[in-house]
Design a protein around this ligand. Structure first.
Ligand code: FE2
Length: 189
């Protein structure tokens, strides 16, 4: 039967790729030591390292790759990034970062039992029977591996499941503001 369904208004998406300087990012994250209670820690169980120095250069290779992916370059800035640290049983409640444009999260490593990073579709208004009929889900688990970085729009709800491993899990998060979009038009002859 011919498909008659048309999907419209898609505003939930993300990019995932291996950070070109994954080794450098991982070494940097592992070199940090002073952890404190996360400032948003009321509803979650995670400790936090607020990065004081400017590490924009460390993010540039991934931002360049992102620009290539979407076919343009962007002039951006970011505020103070942070490392979230998860010990066994730690998790992060569902939240967004809607005071910025774009969020980046780098995953230095993954082992069986490590927390999962997931998105929740904030736009779902369908009632359960129609969700079942259409096979819709309102959550999506990101299948990440060591060295991956993801970028996603800041309005997207996301969370981190309970960490089920004795090794400490760390991730690096950055908020970005897009100041200027430099469009690159190809001159196909
Ligand atoms: Fe977050």
């Amino acid at each position: 039967m011919k498909k008659s369904q048309t999907d419209i208004f898609n505003d939930h998406f993300f990019w995932k790729f291996k950070a070109p300087n994954a080794g450098q990012l991982t070494s940097y994250i592992n070199s940090l030591d002073s952890c404190e209670e996360a400032p948003w820690g009321e509803l979650c169980s995670v400790t936090n390292i607020s990065i004081q120095e400017d590490i924009f250069d460390l993010m540039t290779p991934s931002l360049t790759l992102l620009g290539q992916e979407v076919g343009l370059s962007m002039t951006m800035n970011m505020n103070r990034p942070w490392v979230s640290q998860y010990k066994r049983g730690d998790f992060q409640e569902v939240h967004d970062h809607n005071d910025c444009d774009l969020v980046g999260v780098f995953f230095p490593e993954y082992k069986e039992g490590y927390s999962k990073f997931y998105f929740i579709d904030r736009s779902v208004n369908l009632k359960r029977p129609l969700m079942d009929i259409m096979g819709n889900r309102n959550n999506y688990i990101v299948n990440y591996s060591a060295g991956d970085i993801i970028f996603f729009p800041s309005h997207m709800l996301h969370g981190v499941s309970k960490h089920d491993h004795d090794d400490t899990r760390r991730t690096l998060s950055c908020n970005f503001w897009i100041n200027k979009i430099n469009r690159q038009f190809s001159s196909a002859g």
